[in-house]
Design a protein around this ligand. Structure first.
Ligand SMILES: *Cc1c(COP(=O)(O)O)cnc(C)c1O
Length: 216
């Protein structure tokens, strides 16, 4: 089932779009199944679960952290994450910079833009993102790779398109002033990734359509 889902999805993905298989709440055995089918990039959103899975699964997996990261959980995530997609506050950035300096490590991250009128307030404002990028020298151990965003959770396609257009336009603008490293746009989940591709997604984060519904 999982292998079949992956192959169906991959057929529809343009070659420049990276598929991040979001395995949160699913067992390590489900990840193994996807791994056997050739999938190597996985996303997790809870620090403890993330650290446990990293230790029990093959070492050549590229792990992305995509959930809210509390500053007291850094050591569960930063040693293993190839990319932290969910940098959602200046306070977190400062804590990550400090941890990386102390541990002699550089970490790739995406800045999470708060989109839409979502219940969740998670994410940075456009102003905060501009401000962070214009003071990048404050974060020598962080490599800013691009933007991440979650469209409003709605069936109204016009609203989803509006959210993606907004983040896509901001990306285009920031890309031209933020250097070569800054080129990733992580937008699109199971329900809206085909639309996200139209707006220039370079990564899509798919859980449900690969692994099925999550049991919270
Ligand atoms: C859970 C999650 C996803 C995957 O959502 P699906 O709708 O299951 O594809 C993508 N991005 C983030 C940030 C998530 O937390």
């Amino acid at each position: 089932m999982i292998a079949e889902n992956l192959s169906d999805i991959k057929q529809g993905l343009p070659s420049g779009v990276k598929l991040v298989a979001v395995s949160k709440f699913h067992l390590a055995s489900a990840i193994s199944e996807a791994y056997q089918a050739g999938q190597r990039v996985f996303g997790e959103s809870r620090p403890q679960e993330f650290a446990e899975k990293v230790k029990s699964l093959p070492g050549d997996i590229e792990w992305h952290f995509i959930g809210h990261l509390q500053t007291n959980k850094l050591k569960l995530v930063l040693p293993y994450a190839s990319l932290v997609q969910s940098m959602d506050s200046v306070r977190l950035l400062e804590a990550v910079e400090k941890w990386c300096a102390a541990n002699d490590k550089r970490i790739n991250c995406l800045l999470e833009l708060h989109l839409g009128a979502e219940e969740t307030k998670q994410g940075l404002s456009e102003e905060e993102i501009r401000d962070i990028l214009s003071h990048k020298d404050k974060y020598p151990h962080i490599v800013f790779r691009g933007l991440m965003g979650m469209a409003t959770n709605t069936d109204d396609e016009d609203i989803i398109r509006k959210d993606f257009a907004y983040i896509s336009n901001l990306m285009t603008e920031l890309e031209s002033v933020s250097g070569d490293d800054f080129n990733e746009l992580s937008i699109g989940m199971s329900g809206d990734y085909k639309i996200a591709i139209e707006y220039g997604a370079t990564m899509v984060r798919l859980g449900t359509i690969i692994f099925g519904e999550r049991n919270y």
